[in-house]
Design a protein around this ligand. Structure first.
Ligand code: NDP
Length: 289
Protein backbone atom coordinates (compact mmCIF):
# COMPACT_ATOMS: atom_id res chain seq x y z
CA UNK A 1 0.00 0.00 0.00
CA UNK A 2 1.23 3.47 -0.89
CA UNK A 3 -0.21 6.69 0.42
CA UNK A 4 -1.56 9.24 -2.04
CA UNK A 5 0.04 12.03 -0.07
CA UNK A 6 -2.00 15.15 -0.74
CA UNK A 7 -0.01 17.23 1.69
CA UNK A 8 3.37 16.56 0.03
CA UNK A 9 1.87 16.90 -3.47
CA UNK A 10 0.17 20.16 -2.59
CA UNK A 11 3.49 21.58 -1.29
CA UNK A 12 5.10 20.84 -4.66
CA UNK A 13 2.21 22.51 -6.50
CA UNK A 14 2.47 25.50 -4.14
CA UNK A 15 6.16 25.87 -5.07
CA UNK A 16 5.21 25.93 -8.76
CA UNK A 17 2.47 28.49 -8.08
CA UNK A 18 4.85 30.70 -6.09
CA UNK A 19 7.26 30.74 -9.05
CA UNK A 20 4.46 31.55 -11.48
CA UNK A 21 3.21 34.40 -9.29
CA UNK A 22 6.65 35.97 -9.02
CA UNK A 23 7.07 35.73 -12.81
CA UNK A 24 3.67 37.34 -13.27
CA UNK A 25 4.56 40.20 -10.91
CA UNK A 26 8.00 40.66 -12.50
CA UNK A 27 6.34 41.05 -15.87
CA UNK A 28 4.32 43.98 -14.50
CA UNK A 29 1.03 42.26 -13.54
CA UNK A 30 -0.72 42.45 -10.20
CA UNK A 31 -0.62 39.50 -7.78
CA UNK A 32 -3.70 37.26 -8.03
CA UNK A 33 -6.34 38.45 -5.57
CA UNK A 34 -8.80 35.97 -4.03
CA UNK A 35 -11.73 37.04 -1.86
CA UNK A 36 -13.66 34.68 0.40
CA UNK A 37 -17.10 35.39 1.82
CA UNK A 38 -17.96 33.63 5.06
CA UNK A 39 -21.46 33.93 6.51
CA UNK A 40 -22.00 32.65 10.05
CA UNK A 41 -19.65 31.04 12.51
CA UNK A 42 -19.62 27.35 11.52
CA UNK A 43 -16.38 25.97 13.00
CA UNK A 44 -15.44 23.79 10.02
CA UNK A 45 -16.10 26.61 7.53
CA UNK A 46 -13.92 28.97 9.60
CA UNK A 47 -11.12 26.39 9.47
CA UNK A 48 -11.46 25.89 5.69
CA UNK A 49 -11.54 29.60 4.92
CA UNK A 50 -8.60 30.19 7.28
CA UNK A 51 -6.58 27.54 5.41
CA UNK A 52 -7.42 29.17 2.07
CA UNK A 53 -6.32 32.62 3.27
CA UNK A 54 -3.10 31.12 4.67
CA UNK A 55 -2.36 29.37 1.36
CA UNK A 56 -2.80 32.69 -0.47
CA UNK A 57 -0.21 34.32 1.79
CA UNK A 58 2.21 31.42 1.31
CA UNK A 59 2.27 31.72 -2.47
CA UNK A 60 2.15 35.49 -2.84
CA UNK A 61 -1.53 36.02 -3.58
CA UNK A 62 -3.52 38.85 -2.07
CA UNK A 63 -6.55 37.71 -0.08
CA UNK A 64 -9.60 39.45 1.34
CA UNK A 65 -11.86 37.82 3.89
CA UNK A 66 -15.40 39.16 4.12
CA UNK A 67 -17.02 37.86 7.29
CA UNK A 68 -20.70 38.44 8.07
CA UNK A 69 -22.96 37.16 10.88
CA UNK A 70 -25.39 34.24 10.42
CA UNK A 71 -28.23 36.78 10.50
CA UNK A 72 -27.12 38.27 7.14
CA UNK A 73 -30.08 38.36 4.75
CA UNK A 74 -30.13 36.93 1.24
CA UNK A 75 -30.40 40.48 -0.18
CA UNK A 76 -27.38 41.63 1.83
CA UNK A 77 -25.35 38.70 0.54
CA UNK A 78 -26.51 39.34 -3.04
CA UNK A 79 -25.28 42.92 -2.63
CA UNK A 80 -21.84 41.66 -1.50
CA UNK A 81 -21.74 39.35 -4.53
CA UNK A 82 -22.65 42.25 -6.82
CA UNK A 83 -19.86 44.38 -5.37
CA UNK A 84 -17.34 41.57 -5.78
CA UNK A 85 -18.44 41.07 -9.40
CA UNK A 86 -17.78 44.76 -10.05
CA UNK A 87 -14.57 45.10 -8.02
CA UNK A 88 -11.73 45.23 -10.57
CA UNK A 89 -9.12 44.55 -7.86
CA UNK A 90 -10.46 41.05 -7.21
CA UNK A 91 -9.72 38.34 -9.76
CA UNK A 92 -11.79 35.57 -8.22
CA UNK A 93 -13.88 34.85 -5.14
CA UNK A 94 -15.70 32.13 -3.29
CA UNK A 95 -18.79 32.11 -1.13
CA UNK A 96 -18.06 29.45 1.50
CA UNK A 97 -20.79 26.79 1.72
CA UNK A 98 -22.93 25.80 3.50
CA UNK A 99 -24.85 29.05 3.89
CA UNK A 100 -27.39 29.63 6.68
CA UNK A 101 -30.71 27.91 5.88
CA UNK A 102 -32.62 31.16 5.18
CA UNK A 103 -30.33 31.92 2.21
CA UNK A 104 -30.99 30.19 -1.12
CA UNK A 105 -27.59 28.81 -2.16
CA UNK A 106 -28.51 28.39 -5.82
CA UNK A 107 -29.64 32.01 -6.02
CA UNK A 108 -26.28 33.17 -4.64
CA UNK A 109 -24.23 30.87 -6.89
CA UNK A 110 -26.18 32.06 -9.95
CA UNK A 111 -25.39 35.69 -9.08
CA UNK A 112 -21.62 35.10 -9.13
CA UNK A 113 -19.90 36.30 -12.29
CA UNK A 114 -18.81 33.00 -13.97
CA UNK A 115 -15.46 34.63 -14.84
CA UNK A 116 -14.75 35.14 -11.12
CA UNK A 117 -16.27 31.83 -9.99
CA UNK A 118 -13.01 30.14 -8.96
CA UNK A 119 -14.96 27.45 -7.06
CA UNK A 120 -16.44 26.37 -10.41
CA UNK A 121 -19.97 26.06 -8.97
CA UNK A 122 -21.83 28.39 -11.37
CA UNK A 123 -24.07 26.39 -13.77
CA UNK A 124 -22.25 27.94 -16.74
CA UNK A 125 -18.92 26.58 -15.47
CA UNK A 126 -20.45 23.21 -14.56
CA UNK A 127 -21.79 23.00 -18.14
CA UNK A 128 -18.40 23.92 -19.57
CA UNK A 129 -16.79 21.23 -17.43
CA UNK A 130 -19.30 18.64 -18.68
CA UNK A 131 -18.56 19.61 -22.28
CA UNK A 132 -14.79 19.55 -21.65
CA UNK A 133 -14.45 23.26 -22.46
CA UNK A 134 -11.91 25.51 -20.68
CA UNK A 135 -13.28 26.53 -17.28
CA UNK A 136 -12.60 26.58 -13.55
CA UNK A 137 -12.89 22.99 -12.37
CA UNK A 138 -14.50 22.59 -8.93
CA UNK A 139 -11.65 22.51 -6.45
CA UNK A 140 -12.13 19.13 -4.77
CA UNK A 141 -12.65 17.06 -7.96
CA UNK A 142 -9.80 19.02 -9.59
CA UNK A 143 -7.59 18.18 -6.58
CA UNK A 144 -8.51 14.50 -6.89
CA UNK A 145 -7.58 14.24 -10.56
CA UNK A 146 -4.32 16.10 -9.96
CA UNK A 147 -3.44 13.67 -7.18
CA UNK A 148 -4.15 10.65 -9.44
CA UNK A 149 -2.02 12.27 -12.14
CA UNK A 150 0.84 13.06 -9.75
CA UNK A 151 1.06 9.39 -8.77
CA UNK A 152 0.62 8.21 -12.39
CA UNK A 153 -2.38 6.10 -11.44
CA UNK A 154 -3.67 4.33 -14.57
CA UNK A 155 -7.30 5.31 -15.16
CA UNK A 156 -8.12 4.27 -18.74
CA UNK A 157 -10.66 1.46 -18.81
CA UNK A 158 -10.74 1.23 -15.02
CA UNK A 159 -14.02 0.90 -13.18
CA UNK A 160 -14.38 3.91 -10.92
CA UNK A 161 -17.12 3.79 -8.30
CA UNK A 162 -18.06 7.14 -6.77
CA UNK A 163 -20.06 7.05 -3.53
CA UNK A 164 -22.01 10.30 -3.20
CA UNK A 165 -23.57 12.53 -5.87
CA UNK A 166 -23.26 16.03 -4.43
CA UNK A 167 -22.87 19.00 -6.76
CA UNK A 168 -19.49 19.87 -5.29
CA UNK A 169 -17.80 16.44 -5.18
CA UNK A 170 -19.55 13.25 -6.31
CA UNK A 171 -21.21 14.47 -9.50
CA UNK A 172 -18.31 16.56 -10.87
CA UNK A 173 -15.64 13.96 -10.06
CA UNK A 174 -17.78 11.39 -11.96
CA UNK A 175 -17.89 13.70 -14.96
CA UNK A 176 -14.13 14.34 -14.88
CA UNK A 177 -13.18 10.68 -14.54
CA UNK A 178 -15.25 9.59 -17.55
CA UNK A 179 -13.78 12.29 -19.84
CA UNK A 180 -11.75 11.25 -22.87
CA UNK A 181 -8.43 12.36 -21.38
CA UNK A 182 -5.94 11.47 -18.66
CA UNK A 183 -6.87 11.16 -15.84
CA UNK A 184 -10.16 9.90 -17.21
CA UNK A 185 -11.54 7.30 -19.59
CA UNK A 186 -12.84 5.41 -16.57
CA UNK A 187 -16.10 3.50 -16.65
CA UNK A 188 -17.87 5.35 -13.86
CA UNK A 189 -20.63 4.15 -11.56
CA UNK A 190 -22.15 6.84 -9.35
CA UNK A 191 -23.92 5.68 -6.19
CA UNK A 192 -25.94 7.43 -3.49
CA UNK A 193 -28.18 6.85 -0.49
CA UNK A 194 -30.85 5.04 -2.55
CA UNK A 195 -28.37 2.61 -4.11
CA UNK A 196 -29.24 -1.01 -3.34
CA UNK A 197 -26.52 -3.37 -2.12
CA UNK A 198 -23.78 -0.74 -2.25
CA UNK A 199 -21.06 -3.18 -1.15
CA UNK A 200 -21.62 -5.39 -4.22
CA UNK A 201 -20.85 -2.31 -6.37
CA UNK A 202 -17.94 -0.89 -4.36
CA UNK A 203 -16.33 -4.37 -4.47
CA UNK A 204 -16.11 -3.99 -8.27
CA UNK A 205 -14.16 -0.74 -8.04
CA UNK A 206 -10.63 -0.41 -9.38
CA UNK A 207 -10.80 3.19 -8.16
CA UNK A 208 -13.14 4.11 -5.30
CA UNK A 209 -14.01 7.72 -4.46
CA UNK A 210 -15.89 8.09 -1.16
CA UNK A 211 -17.67 11.44 -0.68
CA UNK A 212 -20.47 10.66 1.74
CA UNK A 213 -19.84 12.50 5.00
CA UNK A 214 -20.27 9.37 7.15
CA UNK A 215 -17.16 8.56 9.16
CA UNK A 216 -15.48 5.21 8.41
CA UNK A 217 -18.50 4.04 6.40
CA UNK A 218 -16.47 2.13 3.78
CA UNK A 219 -14.95 -0.93 5.40
CA UNK A 220 -12.44 -3.52 4.23
CA UNK A 221 -15.13 -6.06 3.26
CA UNK A 222 -16.54 -3.49 0.76
CA UNK A 223 -13.42 -3.29 -1.45
CA UNK A 224 -11.38 -5.66 -3.56
CA UNK A 225 -7.63 -6.25 -3.36
CA UNK A 226 -5.50 -3.65 -5.17
CA UNK A 227 -8.16 -0.91 -5.16
CA UNK A 228 -7.10 2.76 -5.38
CA UNK A 229 -9.03 4.67 -2.71
CA UNK A 230 -9.74 8.39 -2.57
CA UNK A 231 -11.33 9.37 0.72
CA UNK A 232 -12.95 12.79 0.45
CA UNK A 233 -14.86 12.72 3.73
CA UNK A 234 -13.93 14.97 6.60
CA UNK A 235 -16.05 14.71 9.72
CA UNK A 236 -15.19 16.16 13.11
CA UNK A 237 -15.55 13.53 15.83
CA UNK A 238 -15.51 14.45 19.51
CA UNK A 239 -12.22 13.37 21.04
CA UNK A 240 -11.34 14.63 24.50
CA UNK A 241 -7.75 13.41 24.14
CA UNK A 242 -7.14 16.12 21.51
CA UNK A 243 -6.40 19.73 22.39
CA UNK A 244 -9.05 20.87 19.89
CA UNK A 245 -11.61 18.48 21.43
CA UNK A 246 -12.13 16.63 18.15
CA UNK A 247 -10.39 14.46 15.56
CA UNK A 248 -10.98 14.32 11.82
CA UNK A 249 -12.34 11.12 10.30
CA UNK A 250 -12.68 10.18 6.65
CA UNK A 251 -15.48 8.19 5.03
CA UNK A 252 -13.17 5.19 4.83
CA UNK A 253 -12.18 2.87 7.67
CA UNK A 254 -8.48 3.34 7.05
CA UNK A 255 -7.12 0.29 8.84
CA UNK A 256 -9.25 -2.35 7.12
CA UNK A 257 -9.39 -0.68 3.68
CA UNK A 258 -5.70 0.26 3.45
CA UNK A 259 -4.80 -3.40 4.08
CA UNK A 260 -6.38 -4.22 0.69
CA UNK A 261 -5.50 -1.03 -1.23
CA UNK A 262 -2.70 -0.38 -3.69
CA UNK A 263 -3.02 3.37 -3.03
CA UNK A 264 -5.09 5.32 -0.51
CA UNK A 265 -5.44 8.94 0.61
CA UNK A 266 -5.05 9.63 4.33
CA UNK A 267 -7.44 11.89 6.26
CA UNK A 268 -6.23 14.48 7.03
CA UNK A 269 -3.47 15.11 4.50
CA UNK A 270 -5.13 13.66 1.39
CA UNK A 271 -7.84 15.41 -0.59
CA UNK A 272 -8.09 18.45 1.75
CA UNK A 273 -4.76 20.12 0.87
CA UNK A 274 -5.28 19.25 -2.82
CA UNK A 275 -8.61 21.10 -2.73
CA UNK A 276 -6.90 24.25 -1.48
CA UNK A 277 -4.14 24.28 -4.10
CA UNK A 278 -6.72 23.67 -6.81
CA UNK A 279 -8.57 26.78 -5.72
CA UNK A 280 -5.25 28.64 -5.91
CA UNK A 281 -4.68 27.32 -9.44
CA UNK A 282 -8.10 28.57 -10.48
CA UNK A 283 -7.37 31.99 -8.96
CA UNK A 284 -4.09 32.23 -10.88
CA UNK A 285 -5.99 31.32 -14.05
CA UNK A 286 -8.51 34.08 -13.28
CA UNK A 287 -5.69 36.59 -12.79
CA UNK A 288 -4.16 35.62 -16.14
CA UNK A 289 -7.43 35.83 -18.12
P1 NDP B 1 -23.29 15.86 0.77
O1 NDP B 1 -23.93 15.65 2.09
O2 NDP B 1 -23.69 17.01 -0.07
O3 NDP B 1 -23.49 14.54 -0.11
C1 NDP B 1 -23.33 13.28 0.45
C2 NDP B 1 -23.66 12.24 -0.59
O4 NDP B 1 -23.49 10.95 0.01
C3 NDP B 1 -25.08 12.32 -1.10
O5 NDP B 1 -25.10 12.17 -2.50
C4 NDP B 1 -25.77 11.15 -0.43
O6 NDP B 1 -26.80 10.56 -1.19
C5 NDP B 1 -24.62 10.17 -0.27
N1 NDP B 1 -24.89 9.23 0.80
C6 NDP B 1 -25.28 9.49 2.05
N2 NDP B 1 -25.46 8.35 2.75
C7 NDP B 1 -25.16 7.33 1.90
C8 NDP B 1 -25.17 5.95 2.01
N3 NDP B 1 -25.53 5.34 3.15
N4 NDP B 1 -24.81 5.21 0.93
C9 NDP B 1 -24.45 5.81 -0.22
N5 NDP B 1 -24.44 7.14 -0.39
C10 NDP B 1 -24.78 7.90 0.66
O7 NDP B 1 -21.72 15.86 1.05
P2 NDP B 1 -20.49 16.47 0.21
O8 NDP B 1 -20.34 15.79 -1.09
O9 NDP B 1 -20.53 17.94 0.26
O10 NDP B 1 -19.29 16.02 1.19
C11 NDP B 1 -19.03 14.67 1.45
C12 NDP B 1 -17.90 14.60 2.47
O11 NDP B 1 -16.73 15.17 1.90
C13 NDP B 1 -18.15 15.38 3.77
O12 NDP B 1 -17.52 14.71 4.83
C14 NDP B 1 -17.43 16.71 3.52
O13 NDP B 1 -17.03 17.33 4.73
C15 NDP B 1 -16.25 16.23 2.72
N6 NDP B 1 -15.65 17.24 1.86
C16 NDP B 1 -14.30 17.31 1.86
C17 NDP B 1 -13.66 18.21 1.05
C18 NDP B 1 -12.19 18.24 1.05
O14 NDP B 1 -11.60 19.22 0.64
N7 NDP B 1 -11.52 17.15 1.47
C19 NDP B 1 -14.41 19.14 0.20
C20 NDP B 1 -15.83 18.92 0.20
C21 NDP B 1 -16.42 18.00 1.02
P3 NDP B 1 -28.17 11.34 -1.58
O15 NDP B 1 -27.81 12.26 -2.70
O16 NDP B 1 -29.08 10.24 -1.99
O17 NDP B 1 -28.61 12.07 -0.34
Amino acid sequence: MELLDGKATSLKIKDQLRDEVSQLVQSGHRSPHLAAVLVGDDGASLTYVGAKVKACEEIGFVSTLIQRPASTTEDELLQIVKELNENQDIHGYIVQLPLPKHINEQKILLAIDPKKDVDGFHPENVGRMALNLPTYLPATPYGIIQLLEFYNIPTEGKHCVVVGRSNIVGLPVSILLQRNSYPGNCTVTITHSRTKDLASITRQADILVAAIGKPEFITGDMVKDGVVVVDVGITRIKDDSKKSGFRLAGDVHFESVSAKSSYITPVPGGVGPMTIVSLMKNTLLAAKS
